[in-house]
Write a protein that binds this ligand. Structure first.
Ligand code: ADP
Ligand code: MG
Length: 749
C-alpha cells in the first residue's frame, strides 16, 4: 500500500505548490512536509525582541512600523524606501535612521508596496537576513506580511486571535515562513491524517498520555493556543527520542549478536604479573571498570564500550590491562592515537610501565613471555615501518600503537582481538570501522574520550556503545589553579608571565607555553573536530590582532631578560618527526625547561615535573581543549598553575569560556558549560548535523530525562523483539528517520 506519508506531494497539494516546495526545501513527499515542523512560534499579539534576533540568518519577526520615508536614489534610477520598525522596547520615539535600541532599519529598493502598506503604527511580520551596518541593525528588501489584515482569520474573536501562535518555519531567502505555512495548511486539509500510523507503541502513548498522531500533526502546524503546540511537541519529541534510541538499541543488539573470540584471563599470564609490579594501587573506579572489561573480553560476543574519564583519571592503565588480557589469550591489541606525538608518548610510557614484561621489535633480549610492543606511524623511516607492519601481520607484535597509519590498507594483523581508540573526539567513525575490518572476527572495542561528556551526549553520539566512567583522580594528584590574565586591563602582566615562568624554572620545575599558531603568517594549527572558536568569534576583531605563534614567541623569548639562559624549545605539528620526538625527549629529561608549542601537547603528554602552563591567546581555544591542556600540569604531586592569557576586553563573549575554565576543574561541569555555549550541530558532529537537521525537537542537553526514558523503553522493546517484527511502524520510522547517509553512519558506528 502506498502509505499516506509516502505519497508524492503533488497528490495532496497540487503540482504547482509541490514544485515550489521541492525547489526550495527539497521535499517531495507528504510525510517529509508534515514532518517539516515550525522551528518556533511567534505570538500574534506580541512584538519580537529585536535585540534577540540573530544576525546573518534568515529570520522571521513581528514588529511595529514607526516611520516610513521614500527618496530618489542618487546614482541610479529608482527609489529607496526606508522603514524603521520597532519592538516597542526602546524609547518609542520615531526617530528615523535607526540605531535606537529595539529598532531596525528596513530598506526597500523600488518598494512601492512597502511605501503604500507599511504605514506608521502597522504591525507586520518580516522575513529576511538581519545585518549590521555600522552601529545599527538593518534588513534589506525583506518579505513582509501585514498582520492586522491576515486573510486566514476573518471574523475571529480578537482576543483569541491575539493569543494564537504563528508558526515560524525554517525559511529560505526565496520562500518565506508564511508561504510555507500556507502550503502546509492546504496539506492539512487534504491529507488523510487518520490513516497515518503511529510509530509509538500503544502502551507508551497511553502511559505518556500523548495526543493521537493525527491530532499532533494538526496542532504542531496549526495551534490555536500555546498549549496546543506544547502537547504536540511533547509527543513528537518523545517519538524522536524513541526512534533514535531504538535505532541505537537495535544496533547494539546486532553488535552483541556477532561472534567474537573470547579472550579469557590467564592465571599465570602477563596481566597478573603486571598487576604485581604496579607501583601504585588502582583507584576503586579503575578496578571496577577493569573487572567489567575483563568479563566482557572473556565472552564470545564483542565488547563495545566507551570509557569516559576526567583528564588524568588513568584511562591508559585500564586500557593497557585489557590489552594484556587479550595478549595473554593469544590475540593482538591495537591502540589508535590521534597524533604522532601522542602515539609516540603512549609507546614510550607503555614500554616504561611494562618494564621487563615488554620488548620492542629490534632489541628483543627479554624473556620469551614478554610482549612485543610496536610503534607504527606514517612518518617512521621506511625500513622500520616495514618491520613494524611485518610484526603486526605475523603476530610477533602483541601490542601495536599507532596513528591513522594503522588504518592504511597495507597494514594487517595476525589476530586482532582488541582495538583501543584513545581520545575519540579526533577520530571519525569511518576510521574506527576501517580498523575493525582488519580482524577476521569482530574485535572487541574500547573507545576512550579525552574529557568527560554529558550522559545524554554519550547516549546519543555513542549510543551504540555501553558506557563506563572513571570519575575519581588517583590519590596524590595536586590541584591546578587557573587564572585569567587579561592583558587588555593589565598590559603590564605580559612581562610578569615570563618572570613567573622563571620562578618556576628556578624552583626546578618546567613550563609549557601554548600558542594558537605555528608561524607568524599561517592560519593556525587547530586540529579538526575540536571546539574551535566560532566564525563569529574570529570575525569580530577582523583578524587585526596578531595571534601568538610558536616561532614568534620563541624569537621573543630569546630577548626576554627574565628567561636569559633558560633552554627553550619549539614543538609543533609541522616539524620533522625526529626533531619532534627529540624535543619531547629533551623536555621529558628535564633538559629543556620551557616548551613553546601548539596544541600538539593537548592530549596525553605526561611530564610530571611540569608545573606551569601558559596559554597565549587562550580565547582562541574551546573549553574542552583548555581543560585538556591544563591537565598536562599538576601531575607529579606538585601543584599546577595554568594562566589563560587573553587580549580580549573583559565582558567579551569569548572570555566567558575562559572564566568557565578558571572557575572549575570538574570536567563534567565544563563539558555541560561548553555545550551550552555551542550549537546543537557542533555537539553531534558534522555527520549528525548535515542536511536537514537530525534532531528536530530534541535537545541533548535540555531533554535528558526524555532521552533516558526513551532509552529504557527502546532497550526493553528491542530486548523483547530484536528485529522489531511486532513494531513495523517503529521500524519504518527508524528507516525513514535515518536517511541513507545517517543509516550508514550508524552502520559504521
Ligand atoms: P588520562 O585518563 O587522562 O589518559 P593517564 O592514563 O594518562 O590519564 O594517567 C595519568 C597519570 O596517572 C599517569 O602518569 C599514570 O601513570 C598515573 N596513574 C594512573 N593510575 C594511577 C593510580 N591508580 N595511582 C597513581 N597514579 C596513577
Ligand atoms: Mg590519556
Amino acid at each position: 500500500m502506498p502509505a499516506e506519508l509516502e505519497l508524492g506531494l503533488e497528490r495532496r497539494i497540487g503540482k504547482r505548490s509541490a514544485a515550489v516546495i521541492e525547489k526550495h526545501l527539497g521535499i517531495t513527499t507528504v510525510g517529509e512536509l508534515l514532518n517539516y515542523f515550525p522551528r518556533r512560534y511567534l505570538s500574534r499579539g506580541e512584538l519580537t525582541p529585536i535585540s534577540e534576533v540573530p544576525l546573518d540568518e534568515e529570520v522571521t519577526l513581528i514588529a511595529r512600523v514607526i516611520s516610513n520615508s521614500t527618496r530618489a536614489m542618487r546614482a541610479r534610477r529608482g527609489s529607496l524606501t526606508d522603514v524603521v520598525i520597532s519592538d516597542d522596547a526602546g524609547t518609542g520615539s520615531a526617530r528615523a535612521g535607526g540605531g535606537l535600541p529595539g529598532t531596525l532599519k528596513v530598506s526597500f529598493f523600488n518598494g512601492f508596496r512597502a511605501k503604500a502598506e507599511l504605514q506608521p503604527g502597522r504591525r507586520a511580520m518580516f522575513s529576511g537576513k538581519v545585518t549590521r551596518y555600522g552601529g545599527s541593525l538593518g534588513l534589506t528588501n525583506p518579505d513582509f506580511l501585514l498582520l492586522d489584515e491576515d486573510p486566514d482569520t476573518p471574523g475571529m474573536d480578537p482576543e483569541k486571535l491575539a493569543a494564537m501562535p504563528i508558526p515560524v518555519y525554517p525559511a529560505t531567502a526565496k520562500l518565506t515562513s508564511w508561504s510555507i505555512q500556507k502550503v502546509i495548511s492546504t496539506l492539512l486539509d487534504t491529507v488523510e491524517l487518520e490513516s497515518v500510523g503511529d510509530p509509538l507503541p500503544a502502551e507508551i502513548a497511553a502511559r505518556e498520555k500523548f495526543l493521537p498522531v493525527a491530532d499532533a500533526y494538526r496542532l504542531i502546524h496549526a495551534p490555536q493556543t500555546p498549549a496546543d503546540f506544547q502537547r504536540a511537541r511533547d509527543r513528537f519529541r518523545y517519538q524522536e527520542a524513541l526512534v533514535l534510541q531504538s535505532a541505537l538499541a537495535r544496533r547494539r543488539a546486532q553488535l552483541a549478536a556477532e561472534e567474537a573470540t573470547a579472550r579469557r584471563p590467564a592465571p599465570d599470564g602477563l596481566l597478573p604479573a603486571f598487576d604485581r609490579q604496579l607501583p601504585f594501587t588502582l583507584t576503586a573506579g579503575q578496578a571496577a571498570v577493569g573487572k567489567t572489561l575483563a568479563a566482557e573480553l572473556a565472552q564470545d560476543s564483542p565488547m563495545n564500550r566507551l570509557l569516559q574519564g576526567e583528564v588524568g583519571s588513568g584511562k591508559t592503565i585500564v586500557a593497557l590491562r585489557a590489552m594484556l588480557q587479550v595478549v595473554d589469550a593469544g590475540g593482538q591489541a591495537a591502540l589508535l592515537a590521534p597524533t604522532e606525538v601522542l602515539a609516540a608518548q603512549h609507546y614510550e610510557s607503555i614500554r616504561r610501565t611494562l618494564g621487563p614484561l615488554s620488548r620492542d621489535g629490534l632489541l628483543g633480549g627479554f624473556g620469551p613471555d614478554a610482549v612485543q610492543v610496536t610503534l607504527l606511524t606514517g612518518s617512521m623511516p621506511t625500513a622500520a615501518r616495514k618491520q613494524a607492519m611485518l610484526d603486526a601481520a605475523s603476530g610477533t607484535a602483541g601490542i601495536v600503537i599507532g596513528t591513522h597509519a594503522l588504518l592504511s590498507d597495507s597494514v594487517s594483523f595476525y589476530d586482532l582481538g582488541l582495538i583501543v581508540v584513545d581520545e575519540q573526539h579526533r577520530f571519525g567513525v569511518e576510521q574506527r570501522d576501517a580498523l575493525r575490518a582488519k580482524a577476521s572476527k569482530p574485535p572487541h572495542l574500547l573507545v576512550m574520550t579525552a574529557t568527560p561528556i554529558p550522559r545524554t551526549v554519550a547516549m546519543t553520539v555513542f549510543g551504540d556503545l555501553e558506557t563506563s566512567v572513571l570519575d575519581e583522580l588517583p590519590a596524590g594528584r595536586a590541584p591546578i589553579s587557573t587564572h585569567v590574565v587579561g592583558l587588555a586591563e593589565h598590559p603590564g602582566w605580559a612581562s610578569r608571565i615570563w618572570s613567573r615562568s622563571r620562578e618556576e624554572i628556578d624552583a626546578g620545575h618546567q613550563v609549557y607555553v601554548v600558542c594558537p599558531k605555528i608561524g607568524t603568517d599561517d592560519d593556525g594549527d587547530f586540529t579538526p573536530g575540536e571546539a574551535e572558536p566560532s566564525a563569529a568569534d574570529l570575525e569580530d576583531d577582523n583578524g587585526a590582532r596578531e595571534l601568538a605563534s610558536v616561532t614568534g614567541v620563541v624569537d621573543h623569548l630569546r630577548d626576554e631578560p627574565a628567561l636569559a639562559g633558560v633552554p627553550v624549545a619549539p614543538l609543533h605539528g609541522r616539524q620533522d618527526p625526529v626533531l619532534k620526538s627529540g624535543t619531547m625527549a629533551s623536555f621529558t629529561a628535564n633538559e629543556t625547561k620551557l616548551l613553546v608549542s601548539t596544541t600538539v601537547i593537548e592530549v596525553g603528554v605526561d611530564v610530571h615535573n611540569a608545573t606551569l602552563m601558559v596559554i597565549l591567546d587562550a580565547d582562541r581555544f574551546g573549553i574542552s581543549q583548555l581543560h585538556q591542556l591544563r591537565g598536562r600540569v599538576g601531575r607529579g604531586g606538585l601543584p599546577g598553575t595554568c594562566l589563560l592569557v587573553t587580549s580580549l576586553e573583559p565582558g567579551h563573549p569569548s572570555r566567558r569560556r575562559l572564566d568557565a575554565v578558571a572557575a572549575t576543574t570538574d570536567g563534567f561541569e565544563l563539558s555541560q558549560e561548553d555545550l551550552k555555549l555551542r550549537r546543537e550541530g557542533d555537539i553531534l558532529g558534522a555527520s549528525q548535523s548535515g542536511g536537514r537537521s537530525t534532531l528536530k525537537l530534541l535537545r541533548v542537553l535540555e531533554h535528558e530525562d526524555i532521552i533516558a526514558r526513551a532509552r529504557q523503553d527502546a532497550q526493553r522493546i528491542v530486548a523483547a523483539d530484536p528485529t522489531l517484527a511486532a513494531q513495523p511502524r517503529l521500524a519504518a520510522a527508524i528507516d525513514e528517520y535515518l536517511n541513507p547517509e545517517k543509516e550508514a553512519f550508524l552502520e559504521r558506528g
